[in-house]
Design a protein around this ligand. Structure first.
Ligand SMILES: *[C@@H]1O[C@H](CO)[C@@H](O)[C@H](O)[C@H]1NC(C)=O
Ligand SMILES: *[C@@H]1O[C@H](CO)[C@@H](O)[C@H](O)[C@H]1NC(C)=O
Ligand SMILES: *[C@@H]1O[C@H](CO)[C@@H](O)[C@H](O)[C@H]1NC(C)=O
Length: 378
């Protein structure tokens, strides 16, 4: 048992109790729970964590990336998932369950997914936390890593991707917008990124026609999901560590600037447009006072990181303070809350990474820690 750790843990909890601060900038509308809706759990075998969903141009899917690096496709007729694609060629041991995080770097961890209908067939673009930006055709298989040119003045010192995460595509121009959540921390160290107040994340743009990669915003605190507006005037961007949503203007006189449109009661992950207007934001967990304090006082996080301890223990210690319950929140373009759903049953203590609403009133819910995808009929 690590004495330093206990000592500091006790000191910290006393500090948190003393500084039980109230920063409620946000009042929640009544929550809808799933009680009166039909919830179906679609089990995933051999791995966990359907983080994000994509549907192909004929409505097939969802496709989702999971913890062993596979991208799988749901076949509703057969009621089964099939293997669709992978992002790395050396799959030795990738499907073993033990110590999976150690292999992530080699096996890949596909996060953001989006199809582009290219005229002669669909192409799936993939933001993989370790492999960067990739693309695979409609038959799947091994995805091809996209190489890019950068404008040196913009990206000096940052010409590779460290942690590609959220992604959306302008279906007219084919331009891909995506986030690189940190330039210092890889996905398996994401808690370190949050704790240290890391702000080396970026919003980027990739044009497949010119292979040009450009930087749109830098110095972001864990940028995560991105979602384009219907007419492509702007995109919404989740800045996870700051618990806020930015509206980044792509067109109009405001192009290149952003507004903060929402401050949230938890950590936003992916953002997806809703058919009924607005955008669904998957929210990891409602932050509690203690974590909020760490985030507002980055020195605390830095001190924790410097202590001679097993970082996993620090994370699990902090985890107790994060109420591990996800919610989905539908917000308008202006950031007003339109609707909230909260997990019940098997979803109750799970974080939500994505809420994807389909035309038929079916909502798919993704999570980084469940061995299933949840499907709700609203
Ligand atoms: C904190 O907020 C709650 C709910 O808004 C309120 O009831 C409570 O009095 C507040 N506490 C302090 C210390 O301001
Ligand atoms: C695949 O990865 C394993 C584990 O790291 C390694 O032992 C093996 O040599 C690799 N195979 C190839 C073909 O690179
Ligand atoms: C933003 O990041 C760049 C490196 O990409 C750095 O040089 C600059 O100081 C940062 N700006 C702020 C305001 O932190």
């Amino acid at each position: 048992m690590n004495f330093n750790f206990c000592l500091n843990a006790t000191a910290l909890s006393a500090l948190f109790a003393l500084l039980a601060i109230n920063i409620t900038r946000f009042s929640l509308p009544p929550e809808t729970t799933f009680d009166h809706w039909k919830t179906e759990y679609v089990p995933i075998h051999g791995a966990v964590g359907p983080e994000s969903f994509a549907f192909d141009s004929s409505g097939g899917g969802p496709y989702t990336g999971i913890s062993d690096g596979r991208i799988i496709k749901w076949l509703p007729q057969q009621q089964t998932w099939i293997d669709f694609a992978v992002t790395s060629s050396n799959r030795t041991g990738c499907e073993e369950r033990e110590r999976r995080e150690e292999r992530e770097e080699r096996c890949g961890r596909p996060l953001g997914l989006k199809f582009k209908d290219s005229g002669d067939g669909d192409q799936l673009y993939i933001a993989d936390a370790y492999m960067g930006l990739l693309r695979v055709g409609s038959n799947g298989g091994l995805a091809e890593r996209l190489d890019f040119q950068t404008r040196e003045d913009q990206l000096r010192g940052f010409d590779s991707l460290t942690f590609a995460n959220g992604l959306d595509i302008d279906q007219f121009s084919g331009v891909v917008y995506f986030t690189d959540s940190s330039s210092h921390y890889q996905r398996r160290n994401f808690a370190s990124s949050v704790l240290s107040g890391d702000n080396t994340g970026r919003l980027m743009k990739y044009d497949p026609k010119t292979k040009q990669l450009s930087l749109l915003l830098a110095n972001l605190s864990f940028p995560n999901g991105v979602s384009l507006s219907k007419n492509g005037d702007f995109l919404l961007l989740a800045e996870t560590t700051k618990c806020r949503i930015l509206k980044y203007w792509l067109k109009t006189v405001k192009a290149g600037s952003y507004d903060v449109i929402a401050e949230l009661p938890g950590f936003p992950d992916n953002i997806k447009a809703s058919r009924r207007g607005g955008f669904w934001v998957g929210i990891h967990s409602r932050k509690r006072g203690s974590l909020r304090l760490i985030l507002s006082q980055p020195w605390i996080g830095k001190v924790l990181l410097k202590l001679p301890l097993d970082i996993d223990k620090v994370h699990s210690f902090l985890g107790k303070w994060i109420k591990n319950g996800g919610i989905g929140m539908r917000v308008s373009e202006e950031g007003e809350v339109m609707e909230i759903i909260e997990g019940k049953g098997d979803l109750k203590w799970k974080s939500f990474s994505e809420v994807e609403e389909r035309e038929d009133g079916v909502v798919w819910i993704g999570s980084i820690n469940t061995p299933f995808a949840a499907k709700i009929k609203m």
